[in-house]
Ligand binder design. Structure first.
Ligand SMILES: C[S@@+](CC[C@H](N)C(=O)[O-])C[C@H]1O[C@@H](n2cnc3c(N)ncnc32)[C@H](O)[C@@H]1O
Length: 272
């Protein structure tokens, strides 16, 4: 069992966690969620039947290379320090993009024939040149169905001589066939959502993002995946909407956050 799981068992968790062996991997079970404290590329080849993936990968922000003085507000510099110390988010950009394409392709293989994948990313700048996330998704096996704009209430802003970006992208990726639940027509392609107020993870997305994707493209009881689970926001949406969830998180600290967050939600459901 990983150190994160062992730590969790030692804390005052209200229920005993169940750990099961899936292939040669250990998973923690919380309600309808199967959670792996592992590298997603080690788990993805071992799973199948995924109807939907909703995920936000590390953005390769290279915050460790940005001087705090480059930020407009001291508060943002603290945020940068927090995120750069929370997981390594600094890779060679070519290696990073190749890795992201490999992950997207492994998700494609693990998914059903009419599955969707909602991939949250954003524009970044290197050497004054824009790196666009569409270049990553276009290299994968997936077909691009739609580009959704997540209009955030604010964002990390550097003094970069441009309009401070306050939007992110969500790529709806599909196979030859795909699902669409007509009820989802109530949402347009610009999603105005405040950023998450979760303080235990530096870059959690709001629960409405996975909720909308789940309601648009899946039915109750089907399986939803997040290979970069972070604090477990996608899992939380699955619990609320009665879907099965498979979550993968490499960092033991974030894995522990996700497990206790999902346990809390599961216990509330039991109490209701
Ligand atoms: C942008 S965050 C996801 C936040 C998540 N959407 C939430 O709401 O909390 C990306 C996460 O991917 C994790 N991660 C990075 N590399 C990974 C890998 N190879 N396999 C699994 N997780 C990884 C990081 O530790 C981080 O928690």
């Amino acid at each position: 069992m990983s150190s994160a799981t062992a730590d969790l068992n030692a804390t005052n968790s209200p229920q005993t966690l169940t750990a099961v062996r899936c292939s040669d991997l250990l998973a923690v079970i919380v309600g309808n969620c199967t959670l792996y404290n592992a590298d997603c590329l080690d788990v993805l080849p071992k799973i199948s039947g995924v109807q939907l993936t909703v995920t936000s990968p590390p953005y390769n922000q290279k915050l460790d290379q940005i001087k705090a003085s480059g930020f407009k507000k001291e508060g943002n510099a603290q945020w940068a320090n927090r995120i750069s110390s929370s997981y390594a988010d600094s890779m060679d950009e070519t290696e990073y993009q190749d890795w992201q394409v490999r992950v997207l392709n492994a998700i494609h293989v693990a998914s059903t024939d009419d599955a969707s994948c909602f991939y949250n990313h954003k524009c970044r700048w290197r050497e004054k040149v824009l790196l666009h996330p569409i270049d990553i998704v276009r290299r994968s096996l997936w077909q691009l169905r739609q580009e959704i704009i997540w209009a955030r209430d604010g964002s990390l802003t550097q003094n970069a001589k441009m309009f401070p970006p306050s939007e992110e992208r969500i790529y709806w990726l599909k196979k030859d066939s795909w699902r669409w639940n007509e009820d989802a027509n109530r949402w347009m392609s610009v999603w105005r959502l405040d950023s998450s107020k979760m303080t235990d993870h530096p870059v959690a997305y709001p629960v409405e993002i996975p909720q909308r994707a789940i309601m648009a493209t899946t039915a109750e009881g089907e399986t939803v995946l997040d290979p970069f689970m972070g604090s477990g926001t996608t899992g939380l949406a699955c619990m609320k909407l009665n879907r099965k969830f498979v979550g993968i998180e490499k960092d033991p600290k974030h894995f522990a956050t996700a497990v206790s967050r999902l346990e809390r939600e599961n216990n509330q459901g039991v109490l209701l």
